[in-house]
Design a protein. Structure first.
Length: 331
């Protein structure tokens, strides 16, 4: 069994070694505490990198390897947003912003600048999103942050690791290889609402779908000009008219009488689709063109052929002369 000498009985050399060992232990312990209290520096991510075009308010995500654009997002940057290259250091499920207001799925870019959803007035309340800020996406509106639709903020939060490179620059539409995404605005006049892109099962917008409404007659005059949207109105899930974004399959030949079916197809920014068939009829609705009608005089008792020299033709060119009927009305 080892024998331990009282501290006062230890040799001076042993005392010095023991004190030095204790001192080194304290230094190491403090260093560990200090290291644990500092935010960790994230290594550069090699999955994706992100470019923010402040000039067009478009975010484009690229693969790190191959430099391939894979996703485009509409955004709202701000006049104070600084251009440059940064590396994301932190993420927050909900983050307090200026106001105070709050953002979902926030990813810090630099300083106080983050990717985040359109802001909410109440922390954790998804029905308190600012409708006006949502409707202004695509314009410079923020105090420096990059505002996004919830689905896009969540995508960055879920898929882009800490250390993801972010390049902010002033460019033109030529710098957006995937173009500028469209999105539906909220037109119900409410001050606050849910973000329609929020995947939460409780989102009331999940019940809404695109629609096609017949607004006019489906009969078309022969040999006329036909617009496939002349009698229909297509709306997205939020009620925005989107006729210009709809594709139409099939044709109507207005120079040939008959029935024609067109298929209208549309998928909105929420990924919800409509596929509807509409039948049209090309017909001749114009009165026939009658020629040769003249004022005629006849002696009393004489026989007169009142149809002589008179012809009738439809708009389609059909000869209708044999269908002319003459009626005598006494004065």
């Amino acid at each position: 069994m080892a024998k331990y000498l009282p501290k006062k009985d230890l040799p001076k050399e042993t005392m010095k070694k023991r004190n030095l060992s204790i001192l080194l232990g304290i230094i190491v312990f403090c260093a560990v505490l200090l290291w644990n209290s500092q935010p960790a520096e994230a290594a550069e991510s090699n999955d994706y990198y992100i470019k923010v075009n402040k000039g067009t308010n478009v975010v484009t995500v690229y693969t790190y390897k191959g430099n391939k654009p894979v996703k485009a997002m509409i955004c709202s940057a701000g006049e104070p947003t600084q251009t440059g290259t940064y590396y994301t250091p932190a993420k927050y499920r909900w983050k307090e912003l200026i106001g105070p207001s709050y953002g979902q799925y926030s990813t810090r870019i630099y300083g106080g600048v983050l990717f985040h959803s359109v802001f909410y007035w109440t922390n954790g309340d998804k029905s308190s999103m600012s409708t006006s800020a949502y409707n202004l996406l695509g314009t410079l509106q923020s105090h420096g942050c990059i505002r996004l639709l919830v689905k896009d903020a969540k995508w960055i939060y879920d898929n882009c690791a800490l250390g993801t490179k972010v390049i902010i620059f002033n460019g033109t539409s030529k710098d957006d290889p995937l173009g500028r995404p469209t999105y539906g605005k909220i037109l119900n006049g409410k001050y606050t609402n849910w973000d329609p892109t929020d995947p939460d099962p409780k989102n009331p917008w999940r019940k809404c779908k695109p629609s096609l409404t017949i607004t006019g007659k489906r009969t078309i005059q022969y040999n006329s000009t036909f617009d496939p949207f002349s009698v229909v109105t297509v709306k997205d899930s939020l009620g925005n008219v989107v006729n210009s974004e709809v594709t139409v399959k099939g044709k109507v030949n207005t120079k040939k009488l008959g029935y024609y079916t067109l298929t209208y197809k549309y998928t909105d920014f929420l990924g919800r689709s409509i596929n509807k068939k509409v039948k049209y009829k090309v017909t001749d609705m114009k009165a026939p063109v009658v020629k040769g009608v003249k004022t005629k005089q006849a002696a009393m008792g004489a026989s007169v052929n009142l149809k002589k020299g008179i012809t009738a033709k439809s708009a389609t060119g059909q000869n209708l002369t044999d269908q002319i009927r003459v009626y005598v009305q006494s004065g």
